[in-house]
Design a protein around this ligand. Sequence first.
Ligand SMILES: Cc1cc2nc3c(=O)[nH]c(=O)nc-3n(C[C@H](O)[C@H](O)[C@H](O)COP(=O)(O)OP(=O)(O)OC[C@H]3O[C@@H](n4cnc5c(N)ncnc54)[C@H](O)[C@@H]3O)c2cc1C
Length: 342
Amino acid sequence: MKLAIVGAGVAGSYLGNRLQEDGHQIEIFESSRKESHWPVCAWGASKNMLETFSKDAGLNFDDYVLHRGKKLRMDLPNEKIEYLNLKGLVTYDKFKWEQDLCQGLSIKYGFHCKPESDFLSNFDYVIDCTGFHRSLLPRSTQDFVIPSYEYLVENVSGIDEFYVMGYKGARGYFWFFPLGDGRGYMGAGDVDRKYYGISEFFEKNPNARILRKIGRPIRLSPPKRMLPFHNNNIIGVGESIGCVFPMLGEGIIPSLICCNIFKDVLNKHSIFDAELYEKRVLKKFGYYDDVYRIVRLKMDGKLSSVKHFKLLMSMYRNMKREEKRFGFDIDFEQMNRLLKAL
Ligand SMILES: Cc1cc2nc3c(=O)[nH]c(=O)nc-3n(C[C@H](O)[C@H](O)[C@H](O)COP(=O)(O)OP(=O)(O)OC[C@H]3O[C@@H](n4cnc5c(N)ncnc54)[C@H](O)[C@@H]3O)c2cc1C
């Protein structure tokens, strides 16, 4: 098939690579210019899954790993501290990974696509991989995003491990994700836009040098709330249809899982079965809606461990089942302590 992929982020690059390999004719359109294109993200994800995605695309994930996490320190309100045992959480060179996936693909940079862009009618299908922007699909009335921004910093001393500070009411968090050699991503997502932790970080690290400052909201509303997934011959993949884990704002792996669902459905018949795609995405990410409800209840101060026991159990059981994909220990007692402390 002749396919246009709009957006050369994690979903667009991986999908382009895999679909070209399957024999489809691929053209990618990316709004940013080649010189300034940069993956906005803190580059943290579980290596357990990325190794498989990389292998499928002919890459060796070890070539991209920047930092292998051992323990994540989490500072919580009222001076409580928790440590997460990390089992595969790494930071990796997402820029290089995406560039390598795009080797041999036709990419047009500096193309800001709109639903009415004429040239899109030359394709059998147009895939909306525009992430948070969801540029080609109709808006969803249930969309919910959290404002965030981050810095790429170097010359950082005194911190060389994953660190998170959770805000009261789970209204956001501050993070530092190490990239090795005194570099790291430091930033915050915060519903209230106060971004506690950022100025304190610079006070504690007066020698830290800013290499980039990047801001973009993160979508927390899960696929169930991001319908429709398609409109005529336009189909959404990745964050554009809510493939982000709502508790963490973590979207790399969910977006890649979504790419694989898309690829399977596309290759099944000569015509794309949009209903089957919708069904499979909703099934795979079904429990994300329970997690999203927990987050929103917590934000509104309405989460009760008794009244919402079923929701909490759904989150725990599903996360435990997918423990490898998260890259850290999933422990019921700890999860309860964390939610109580927030
Ligand atoms: C500050 C921040 C930190 C994050 N940290 C992490 C993390 O550590 N781990 C994790 O798992 N997730 C993280 N996320 C979430 C994760 O980055 C995204 O969910 C994931 O990148 C989504 O992939 P995507 O391919 O769907 O969209 P994106 O990676 O956002 O790619 C979308 C692409 O589409 C392009 N585009 C947009 N509109 C148009 C248009 N109209 N025409 C053409 N091109 C267009 C954009 O320029 C972009 O290149 C973070 C997000 C933010 C904002």
